[in-house]
Design a protein. Structure first.
Length: 117
């Protein structure tokens, strides 16, 4: 009985339980959207290391998808800006609370002319 406790304390907890807890914490962070999370245990040659490596690949894929999405958003905003500026009339978009969201330069010029000093 004492031998089993010693094995559990000296081997199982530090080599199995804690690494799995660390990987679980990394999974939770990644699931919450934290793609900067470090995946511990990727250097291990056992099943825990393979789990960590799989999670690391998943994280790396999520990072690349996130970068790709941000690039597409930037490009879309750029195309939208060009399209709005090419409108021959003044253009503006207000939100539900009457705050100006976007406008073109023709609207800006009109707004400046109509604003009292």
């Amino acid at each position: 009985m004492v031998g089993a406790v010693v094995i559990a304390v000296l081997y199982v907890v530090p080599r199995v339980v804690r690494p799995i807890e660390n990987i679980t914490a990394a999974m939770s962070g990644l699931a919450a959207g934290d793609t900067s999370i470090d995946v511990p245990g990727r250097d291990r040659g056992d099943e825990i290391g393979r789990m960590a490596e799989a999670l690391g690949i998943f994280r790396d894929t999520a990072v690349e998808v996130q970068r790709s999405n941000l690039r597409e958003i930037r490009e879309g905003r750029g195309r939208l800006t060009v399209a709005i500026e090419s409108i021959s009339e003044a253009f503006s978009l207000y939100d539900g609370e009457d705050r100006l969201v976007v406008c073109n330069n023709k609207y800006r010029t009109l707004l400046i002319r109509l604003t009292p000093p």
